[in-house]
Write a protein that binds this ligand. Structure first.
Ligand code: NAD
Length: 367
């Protein structure tokens, strides 16, 4: 078996478990160390998940064997931490968002390019079996030309359960940057880049009440819009109606539907890796659920495995900096369109990531 790629993690918080389990699912990855500014957290996660080493951020960055460092810190420091990873000569894979604004994101891409290093990041759910199946159905023409669609993610916010919920209500958080990012990334994978956006955004409630056992009753000031409605016009001509909200108790909205000239596609929730995938074609009697063409039994970390595999073969990695930057640009553009009441054209664009190959064995990525 080829040698594994040693990976370190900075940030031992709530989402660490998903990466610990997800990376373990890929033959190419060896999760060798976990670091945090709070050493006790790093030690606790190392013990809980059997990671060989808990260490300081400086130690993980100084380890010559570690090639890729995963940045699982809070959004406000994503850019600063990713830059430190790159400055240490390592490839950086960041949780979403890539950065809190275009200027930070652009600096990161330039910093990585100048050093010949890879940068990329979450979400990588578009690499799951559900979304890869949808991508294949669209590319193979099953709904004809995509002309329109909807994408919805609406809940009441994460403060009820998250032990450190403040970052969700600060710059870089909110329903768009925290959850909408999955939907926009999934749509770019399916349809290509976004050409222009319109938006309306508001904060319906000035403060939130934490509900986790550690913080119950603590008040959190809301600093960003918590209900964002947008119209996204894609370069391929499709128009998507999009809502991301932390202001909604319950709804019956679909996750994503794409409407094409020859049929409709019901796309699974892009906050997961599986199905269901449903197709409507006029010659059939109603919607039919289709078997998945790709593996849904993966976790967060498939994007890291893909980066590690791409480093060996020299091909582009799929959860790329260019994709994450375009999605960041689109999200910032929605905010600007909402503030101005006008239309904003994102300056960036990106290629659709290459689809994953068919027939790949569990634990492998395929090139
Ligand atoms: N919790 C989830 O369900 C979830 C799901 C998907 C993605 N994410 C994303 O993952 C990231 C982390 O979320 P979380 O829920 O794990 O947050 P968290 O607050 O639970 O954990 C963040 C960790 O980063 C550490 N940290 C902060 N600044 C640091 C720095 N400068 N250097 C080193 N360590 C630092 C903190 O001490 C903390 O342990 C966010 O970008 C979030 O959007 C979270």
């Amino acid at each position: 078996m080829a040698p594994k790629t040693k990976v370190g993690v900075i940030g031992a918080g709530g989402i660490f478990w998903a990466y610990a389990e997800g990376c373990r699912g890929f033959d190419i990855l060896d999760l060798a160390a976990v670091a945090d500014i709070d050493m006790a957290r790093a030690e606790a996660k190392a013990q809980e998940f059997g990671i060989p080493r808990a260490c300081s951020v400086d130690e993980v960055l100084a380890d010559p064997e570690i090639e890729i460092v995963i940045n699982l810190t809070v959004p406000a420091v994503h850019a600063e931490v990713s830059q430190a990873i790159l400055a240490a000569g390592k490839h950086a894979y960041s949780e979403k968002p890539l950065a809190v604004d275009r200027a930070e994101g652009q600096r990161l891409l330039e910093f990585a390019a100048a050093r010949g290093l890879r940068i990329g990041g979450a979400p990588d759910t578009f690499l799951g079996g559900g979304h890869q199946t949808c991508r294949k159905l669209i590319d193979d023409g099953w709904i004809g030309k995509p002309v329109a669609g909807v994408a919805f993610v609406a809940g009441r916010g994460p403060e009820a359960w998250h032990p450190n919920p403040d970052f969700f209500y600060k710059r870089g958080g909110g329903p768009l940057f925290d959850m909408g990012v999955y939907y926009i990334t999934a749509l770019v994978n399916l349809l290509g880049p976004v050409r222009e956006v319109r938006g309306v955004a508001k904060a319906s409630f000035p403060e939130r009440i934490a509900g986790s056992p550690e913080q119950r009753g603590r008040r959190i000031a809301v600093e960003i819009p918590t209900h964002v409605t947008a119209l996204l016009e894609f370069a391929n001509g499709a128009v998507i109606t999009f809502i991301s909200s932390f202001d909604v108790w319950a709804n019956h909205l679909p996750a994503i539907e794409i409407y094409g000239s020859e049929g409709s596609l019901s796309v699974p929730d892009p906050n997961g890796f599986g199905g269901p995938v449903q197709l409507f074609r006029p010659e059939n009697d109603g919607w039919c659920e289709l078997p998945l063409t790709h593996n849904p039994h993966v976790q967060r970390g498939i994007g890291v495995a893909d980066m590690a595999s791409a480093l060996r073969s020299g091909r582009p990695h799929r959860a790329s900096g260019a994709l994450a930057y375009h999605v960041l640009d689109v999200m910032q553009s929605i905010g600007e369109a909402a503030a101005s009441g006008g239309v904003v054209k994102p300056a960036s664009t990106c290629d659709r990531p290459a689809p994953l190959p068919l027939g790949v064995r569990q634990g492998e990525i395929g090139d």
